[in-house]
Write a protein that binds this ligand. Sequence first.
Ligand SMILES: Nc1nc2c(c(=O)[nH]1)N[C@H]1C(S)=C(S)[C@@H](COP(=O)(O)OP(=O)(O)OC[C@H]3O[C@@H](n4cnc5c(=O)[nH]c(N)nc54)[C@H](O)[C@@H]3O)O[C@H]1N2
Ligand SMILES: Nc1nc2c(c(=O)[nH]1)N[C@H]1C(S)=C(S)[C@@H](COP(=O)(O)OP(=O)(O)OC[C@H]3O[C@@H](n4cnc5c(=O)[nH]c(N)nc54)[C@H](O)[C@@H]3O)O[C@H]1N2
Ligand SMILES: [Mo]
Length: 768
Amino acid sequence: MTKGAPDHDYDDSGLHVRPPKGSAAGLPGVVHGLKDVVDQAGVRRGVRTLRVLNKPGGFDCPGCAWPEPETPHLAEFCENGAKAVAEEATLRRVDAGFFAAHSIGQLATKSDYWLGQQGRLTAPMFRDTDADHYRPISWDGAFDVIAEELAGMDSPDRAAFYTSGRTSNEAAFLYQLFARKLGTNNLPDCSNMCHESSGAALNETIGIGKGSVTLADITDHAELIVVVGQNPGTNHPRMLTALETAKRRGARIVAINPLPEAGLRTFKNPQTVRGVVGAGTPLADLFLPIRVGGDLAFFQAVNRALMEADERTGDVVDHAFIDQFTSGLSEAAEVWRKLDPAEVAAATGLTSRQIDSFVDEVISARSVVVCWAMGLTQHKKSVPTIREIVNFLLLRGNIGRPGAGACPVRGHSNVQGDRTMGIWEKMPEAFLDRLAAEFGFQPPRRHGYDTVDTIRAMVDGRIRVFMALGGNFAAATPDSERTADALRSVPLTVHVSTKLNRSHVVPGRRSLILPCLGRTERDMQAGRAQFVTVEDSMSMVHASSGNLRPASAELRSEVAIIARLARRVLGGDDATPWEEFAADYSRIRERISRVVPGFEDFERRIAHPGGFVLPHPPRDERRFPTSDGHARFTANELDVISVPDGRLLLQTIRSHDQFNTTIYGLDDRYRGVYAGRRVVFVNADDLATLGIADGAPVDLVSEWPDGERRAPAFRVVAYPTARGCAAAYYPETNALVPLDHTAEISNTPASKSLIVRLEQTAATTASP
Ligand SMILES: Nc1nc2c(c(=O)[nH]1)N[C@H]1C(S)=C(S)[C@@H](COP(=O)(O)OP(=O)(O)OC[C@H]3O[C@@H](n4cnc5c(=O)[nH]c(N)nc54)[C@H](O)[C@@H]3O)O[C@H]1N2
Ligand SMILES: Nc1nc2c(c(=O)[nH]1)N[C@H]1C(S)=C(S)[C@@H](COP(=O)(O)OP(=O)(O)OC[C@H]3O[C@@H](n4cnc5c(=O)[nH]c(N)nc54)[C@H](O)[C@@H]3O)O[C@H]1N2
Ligand SMILES: [Mo]
């Protein structure tokens, strides 16, 4: 392969660029969403599906984890939720004939977009040792292959069981039980790449790794809502409805982001006449175009300013709250006192005027909610940054009262629930004790591998079986080429999936694809319709049941797959009633109610439309179950990323037409990019300094001690991002992220801070 030549198709030949949009959603949003549904699923199936989306008695949207309001709109979905549904409800099929016609080698040259567009998987498929093609296999045959490989391991830690956050509570609970009965805590999940930094920071400082607000805190109570490191217009569109409600009753909104994202500026609510035909609601009162990675310095500067204001007036800091509920303020304040304004300016790219106007907003607001997502969690210093946001909230007692608190906005629709169910490589001892008591066995106590450690173990030949319950491990993880090689060396990979994706085409030496039901589909077991449960970003647990005919009669539910696999592997002597669990999911919920705190009386409470909320001690009673029983201020040392001359700090983001590694289409309407994805957004002044023209073809190159990494064939787009920064889409850019470039403490790939150089190429190398 020549330098810079694409290793697979790029679908970018028609790429063109227009000015970015100033507002989000409105009628075009709905039209785009509905078009996808009708194209893929047909009119009748599409309408049938969307009617029950996010409604009591219907299914939970397979898109994001934003909560549903108590009284849902007539159509409680958004453009991107509709696209997520269309992907699943599609009438296209990937069947045995498809695999006979396409070798694995051929499929590996296809783009992620192409792979996803082929449709739903229909039958179990098996790649025998180093074979060119997948061939059909029976379900029993597939379970035999897995059982045989697991039986050949010299230690249960030679297996790793990945989970992606669409998995239901019931399936997740069984999956972790199976892994632990087998004897391993190797339960990596997508959360390791997502909100792990939030969990780590919140666990340490407030004693629970989940957000502390409810939807009403945002819609009805908060006086100031800070949206930092998040692009809700694309990734949590229904959040804009909540922000609009807040705005209309007089709340203020501040957006902190290196990019002027459309949804943060004006929202045209498609559910209202005003939003469809009018000018829409302006959302952010203040927009701070911060530099990538500048948030720790920013919040330190703000906290210092709040302390100084308090020294003058005595009423800025909530002394009563701090005295009664917190510890560690003096150590934190010591760091703020030493803060160097020049360093703050370098890190944030903001003027002191801009920082002061934020401080004014904060002092005038009696209650503040801070919302954040991947813009904060995927940096080297993510955990200290989020701890610093907790410092910020604690200073004014902005936690555990109406309209105030921390709101890490989760990604996958049940990623938070999967954690609650035990999908974590280091579940607390108390959980393992209760699991042990309920199921009469000794779960392993040594911590397992997270996502990055799983890949390291693959590289070292320490993994014999890699199983994934959903997701797209090969495309979502960093260091794409090395990770693909690592996956190819694993003796057996197993993917429980709905759609074809990259992970299937960089298979282990033997590999299984096990096709499962999706959220939208009817799940019949033992003649009775089953429902599953999920937990949203605000700890609300509710039921979800699909209504569509399954894409193929051969599909099994995730629960059924795990239960049958567990029985086959653990044998007839295992006392767990796997068959009963598979036949009646209420039997699983009964066990969950005895193992997981907050789920008491689960079956009765889940019958309530809209479900129930899990306990959260800081939110409910200002109780902080930390190591010292207090909400903890932390002293976070500032460490400003220094970017050498001629280099940019690259963040990797989602376009408006994708769900993680699933590419819905090739447009990013809000940012003005059409018919292609290989673009890099750079500030026009930086382009002038670098001597690169808008539209120029470039390779992105990142430099590391173990060598360079290259993502070839991009086009430069002059864009109003913060100076010194750049942005490009994921997963195309994962090749630039070395495995060891991770956040401190959380070990999350730092895929939002990559120092890169743009290397001009003679002409575009996009596919012919
Ligand atoms: N339609 C759709 N919905 C989704 C997803 C999807 O792919 N498509 N993915 C789901 C998942 S799993 C997740 S985790 C969420 C992700 O939701 P987001 O976190 O909104 O997703 P990203 O595209 O990664 O956007 C990161 C945002 O943070 C900003 N940012 C980057 N670096 C910094 C920084 O250093 N400081 C600050 N202040 N801002 C920064 C970027 O400019 C961008 O606006 O969305 C979920 N919902
Ligand atoms: N560079 C960079 N890398 C990133 C990120 C980033 O911002 N930048 N974001 C990270 C984040 S936040 C996340 S969450 C991860 C995402 O990592 P993953 O969760 O592993 O990836 P997804 O793309 O969400 O997975 C999509 C696949 O899930 C399968 N699927 C869909 N629905 C179902 C279902 O109901 N059941 C089953 N069994 N399978 C199903 C389909 O086969 C589909 O191809 O990526 C991470 N990687
Ligand atoms: Mo995520």
